[in-house]
Each structure stands twice: as C-alpha cells, then as structure tokens.
Design a protein around this ligand. Structure first.
Ligand code: AMP
Length: 419
C-alpha cells in the first residue's frame, strides 16, 4: 500500500510548498485523517495529544479555506479563532500558522495574558484572519470592545481537557456564545473525560471523530507492580515504600487536584519533601515546583494526569499510581515518565477494591498482567506513627525505623493482606 501524500489530501500548492520548506515528507496519521474532512467543512473531534502533528492537521485546512474565500479581514473581526489553554501552546500554534501560511497573504495574531495588551489591540485593529488566544485575555479584550467574533466562522478548541482542568469552562462558554451559529468547529483533547464530552456535544455539530493511539511506550522495560490496599491505607503504604525503597525521584499520580494537594501535604507532615502540581496552580507555581524537583530539592512530585503532560524530567526512579486512572491510556502515559532513555524504572500502583475494574482495563491495554505484591499489609498497619522526634529529623535519617521493624509480627502470623 502506498502512503498518502499531502497533495493527495487535497492541499493547494502554496501549502505544499510550505510543507516541503518545513521538510515534512508525509502526513502523520491525524493529518491524513483530519485534513480531507476539514477541507470539506465538517466538524471534528480529535482525540490526540501534542506531538502527533495535530497543529498542522487543523492549521492547513483552515489556511486553505480562508485563502479560497478571498475575503480581507475587517478590523477587530477575526475569521478563525483558535483557543488554547496556555501561553506556550498559543505561541506554538501561532508559529505553526506562520510556517504553514508562509506563501499565503493571510494574517494571524496571538494574544495571551501576563503581558501588556496594547500591541495585541493594535494587531486586532489592523485586522487578522486567524486569531490564536488564551480564553482569559480574549474575554478581557472582548469586554473592552477591542474584538468581535461575529465573523469567526471557524473555531478550534485545542487541548480541551487541559482547558477545563485549568478552570476555563465558563470563559469558553461565554466566548463560544459570541460566535456565529453557522460555523466549522473543531475540538482536540488528549483524553475524553465526561466534562469534555459534554462540552464537545454543546459545541460541535455532527462531528467526525478522529483518534490517534498514544505513542507506544515500551512498558516491558518498566518494573510494574500492584498493591491491593484499602483506600484509607494508601497514605501509610506510600510513606513506607518511599522510605523502605529509598525512592528519591518519585512522581505520585492522583486522579484529582484535591487529592494531589492532600497527598503532598501528608507527605510533608511525614517529613518527606513533596510538591503538588495541577491545573489550579498558576503556571509560575507549577514551574517552580518542577524546577525544585529537577534539582532534587523536592523528593516527590504529586501530579494529576493533565498537569503532568509534557513534563520532561530524566531519572525519575519511581512512578506511583496512588489512584489508578479511569482511562487505561493514562496509565501508559504515567508509567512512561520513568525508564526514560533506556534507564530502568519502577511503577507501583495502589489498587483499592473500587479500582479493580480499572486495573483489568489497564491489563487488557498493555496485554500483560501486573505483578501483585503480596504480604505488604503489615507495613501499612500504622503501629508506629512517626513520633514528634521523627518529624523533626530530615527524611534521610528517617528512612529506617528500627522500632517499627521490631514491632512487626513474626512471619506466618501476619494479618491477611487487604483484598
Ligand atoms: P504538534 O503535535 O502539532 O505539536 O506537532 C509536533 C511536531 O511535529 C512539531 O514540531 C511539528 O513541526 C512536527 N510535525 C507535524 N507534522 C509533521 C509531518 N507531517 N512531518 C514531520 N514533522 C511534522
């Protein structure tokens, strides 16, 4: 079977020339699937994350359709709107439009918060075909009357899951309400939790769904284990394992932001340095936490799936799934944080009785069963809460607590492990 080419997808010559200038020799799977149906004007729901080539998948057809319509942009009235959750992503998308549109006479602007608004207002006044924006600043400028969306007949919501995780849902709804009803709408998301599916149903009209599989992670390289444990005992188990296995660069995953905060706080109280990162924290706070982790000033990073995406840190020795993800693909993403560049790594999962079904889904996806650690419940019976003295000691001195070992029941008389 011959591979599809960009020209077979129906792209015009100026775009094909730009793609050769960028040295793109063939379309990625999401591009091959999305471009023809977007050129046809349909709505799209794309399940894909950054790194799959999704920016070109939506930017190329948008550029082509805008160029074909041969309209000039009016001041303050963009013809296409791309919403992105963060400044970094907005800039990246703007760079994509610049590269792919290098042979077209279309104008684009990128607007985001945290910087002065005047240059952005000036750009809007000159008239832009394509506007890439973060929701907060966009609403702000709309409310000040610098911008109208009544001519924006194309809408892209990029990284929708992250957008919602960062609390932009109300802003997004307000923005979408100002767009013409007759429009082409696209939504991209790496995961499809219920709130994203609901938003997609509100915004998209009879969308085609395009999905690209997460990149294959060599899960075989990772030493995976599961601990069956009651939810209430996970905290103690985590503390014990961190100490007993001398884990020094650990990422702990939770399903919710609230839990991430709680776990980080509890670890801190037990004398283990930890920071939580999730969508409710400001970009700067997340950056600071990551730096501290990178420089080994913090031993444990507690993260939600979405906040952890894009984190590129080497030498993560352990990934701990404090809670199993309800989407099995997230498990693969999570454990892929360790065993980078051929290094070995360990992934430990805590599975309480309510999470058994998640574990089954994960094992089905990775096509292997995860080794169960037996006989660990004695560690979690907290006969020895850290004493006040312990709490004052630095984590290193606390790693072995002989008193606890003495109190452990002899083998053969251990309590049964939690189911
Ligand atoms: P994205 O997922 O849109 O962030 O793209 C990921 C990276 O892949 C970017 O650096 C793009 O420049 C690059 N890229 C996108 N499409 C192609 C392609 N067809 N061939 C080669 N590189 C590509």
């Amino acid at each position: 079977m011959t591979k599809t080419t960009f020209s077979e997808l129906g792209l015009a010559v100026p775009l094909l020339r730009a793609l050769s200038a960028e040295n793109y020799s063939e379309p990625t799977p999401i591009q091959a699937q999305a471009i023809p149906l977007l050129l046809d004007g349909g709505d799209l729901m794309g399940l894909a994350q950054t790194g799959t080539g999704k920016t070109a998948a939506f930017a190329l057809p948008i550029l082509q359709r805008l160029a074909e319509a041969k309209k000039r942009p009016e001041a303050r009235r963009p013809r296409a709107l791309i919403l992105a959750p963060t400044r970094e992503l907005a800039i990246q998308i703007g760079d994509g439009f610049k590269a792919y549109g290098q042979n077209l006479k279309l104008r684009h602007a990128v607007i985001y918060g945290g910087v002065g608004q005047n240059p952005q207002v000036k750009a809007l006044n000159r008239g832009v075909d394509i506007l890439v924006a973060t929701p907060g600043r966009l609403l702000d400028l709309m409310q000040q009357g610098h911008l109208l969306l009544d001519k924006a007949t194309t809408l892209v919501l990029d990284e929708a899951d992250r957008m919602l995780d960062m609390g932009f849902i109300h802003d997004v709804r307000k923005i979408v309400a100002k767009l013409p009803v007759k429009r082409q709408s696209l939504l991209f998301s790496a995961t499809m939790p219920r709130d994203v599916a609901k938003l997609a149903a509100e915004i998209l009209n009879d969308p085609r769904r395009v999905e690209v599989a997460p990149s294959a992670t060599p899960v075989e390289l990772i030493d995976q284990k599961v601990y069956f444990v009651e939810a209430a005992r996970k905290r103690d188990l985590l503390e014990d394992l961190i100490r007993e296995q001398s884990m020094f660069r650990v990422i702990v995953f939770t399903r919710t932001k609230h839990r991430a905060n709680r776990v980080a706080k509890q670890l801190g109280q037990a004398g283990i340095t930890a920071e939580a990162i999730h969508g409710n924290k400001s970009q700067n706070a997340r950056q600071r936490a990551l730096e501290a982790f990178r420089k080994s000033k913090v031993q444990v990073l507690v993260a939600t799936d979405i906040a952890a995406r894009g984190i590129d840190i080497d030498d993560v020795t352990h990934v701990v799934n404090f809670e199993l993800p309800n989407e099995p693909e997230s498990y693969v993403h999570r454990i892929g944080r360790t065993a980078r560049a051929g290094a070995s790594g360990a992934a430990l999962s805590f599975c309480d009785p309510s999470e058994r079904a998640y574990l089954r889904d994960i094992e089905k996806l990775i096509k292997m069963s995860v080794e169960v650690v037996e006989d660990h419940s004695q560690r979690t019976s907290r006969a020895s809460e850290p004493s006040k003295e312990d709490m004052k000691k630095p984590a290193r001195q606390q790693q072995r607590r002989p008193s606890k070992r003495r109190r452990r029941p002899p083998r053969g008389r251990q309590p049964k492990r939690a189911a």
